[in-house]
Ligand binder design. Structure first.
Ligand code: NDP
Length: 332
């Protein structure tokens, strides 16, 4: 008999999440059966902490539920011939060390995954965040060679891939992030211009200096004040991909901002929100493209790994505070 550990949402977050909002539970798992749904026993090896968990906890969870989230898990026991013992899958079973499954909604890692590549990348650069960058740039921004792309939260899981894919696509890339170390990293991985949005005197001036002619594409991970300022620096017919609004997720009282209509009208901008799940039917295409670029060394990755399942709440809170360079991962 296996006892799984799992983190539950004890209390809905009010403002910035706190460790006391979480509860560590023990769950006794049933034994596997030949028929029915209890065909696989899995153990989580890497778990993902992502910004979406903050707004989605309100939308889809009630207090006491196990925290939502994805993991790379190893098959420990199997009564389903499609999943061999020892194989690795991406699952969406939340913050749990072990779980039982019938195999539905489990994605085997691509069969051409190189042995030398960390499997945790299936939660980052070669996973959902990488796909977000890929489809957001290609399908929402519709970037073209020679254009200038702006991305914020640029040293994070999505942003760091956005910048590198835009370079592969022949664009000039400007990124901003919240520390000097992150800015140095952006320059190292090929961003043309990068700055620390927390220390510049004026965001408006920094954006102008980085690209005096303005921006064709703006991949917005942050929203709020940053987006209000940046939209004024778009070029005529520019495209804004509204991917995330992390600067607003912890607000108890909605922010009042400046409004976007005037620049939208006079620059004839297109602004589109999106969820990466829109392209679930093209997941394989995106993953294979990302995997190829990573293997060729054209897309670099960095992971911020927190050791220990017990530290999941801390890892989540740390990511929301900006402690991560690259993808925030928890290693069980
Ligand atoms: P990151 O790895 O980028 O981690 C979050 C980062 O956000 C932090 O490291 C921090 O970096 C930055 N940040 C936190 N608070 C603020 C703030 N108040 N203002 C500005 N920046 C802040 O996370 P992801 O790459 O996983 O996600 C990035 C964005 O993309 C999020 O908004 C997320 O919700 C969104 N997303 C949307 C998807 C979709 O389908 N639409 C799918 C996946 C992600 P820094 O130090 O630079 O401030």
């Amino acid at each position: 008999m296996v006892i799984a550990k799992a983190w539950a949402l004890k209390k809905h977050f009010d403002g910035f999440p706190k460790t006391s909002d979480f509860d560590l539970k023990k769950i006794e798992l049933p034994c596997l059966k030949d028929g029915g749904e209890q065909k696989l026993l899995l153990e989580s090896v890497f778990l993902s902490v992502d910004p979406y968990m903050r707004p989605y906890s309100r939308r889809v969870m009630k207090e006491g539920d196990i925290m939502i989230g994805t993991q790379v898990a190893r098959i420990v026991e199997s009564k389903n011939p499609a999943f061999a013992v020892g194989a690795f899958v991406v699952g969406d079973r939340g913050w749990r060390t072990h779980f039982i499954s019938d195999g539905k909604n489990l994605q085997l890692l691509p069969s051409n995954w190189p042995e030398s590549l960390p499997k945790s990348l299936a939660l980052g650069t070669v996973g959902m965040p990488g796909l977000t960058a890929y489809f957001g740039l290609l399908e929402v921004c519709k970037m073209k060679p020679g254009e200038t792309v702006l991305v914020n939260a640029a040293a994070g899981a999505v942003g760091s891939v956005v910048g590198q894919l835009a370079k592969i696509g022949g664009c000039k890339v400007v990124g901003c992030a919240g520390s000097d170390d992150k800015v140095a990293y952006l320059k190292k991985i090929g961003f043309d211009e990068a700055f620390n949005y927390k220390t510049v005197k004026s965001l408006d001036e920094a954006l102008h200096k980085a690209s005096p002619d303005g921006y064709d594409c703006f991949f917005d991970n942050v929203g709020g004040e940053f987006a209000s300022v940046a939209i004024n620096q778009m070029k005529k017919y520019g495209r804004v991909a509204v991917c995330g609004a992390i600067s607003q997720y912890n607000d108890s009282v909605p922010q009042k901002g400046s409004y976007v209509q005037i620049p939208m009208i006079f620059k004839e901008l297109r602004m589109e929100g999106f969820l990466v799940t829109r392209w679930n039917n093209r997941r394989e295409e995106g993953l294979q493209a990302l995997l190829k670029w990573v293997v060729e060394g054209k897309v670099k990755y960095h992971e911020h790994v927190t050791e220990g399942f017990e530290n999941m709440p801390m890892a989540f809170i740390g990511m929301l505070k900006g402690e991560n360079l690259g993808k925030a991962i928890v290693k069980v």
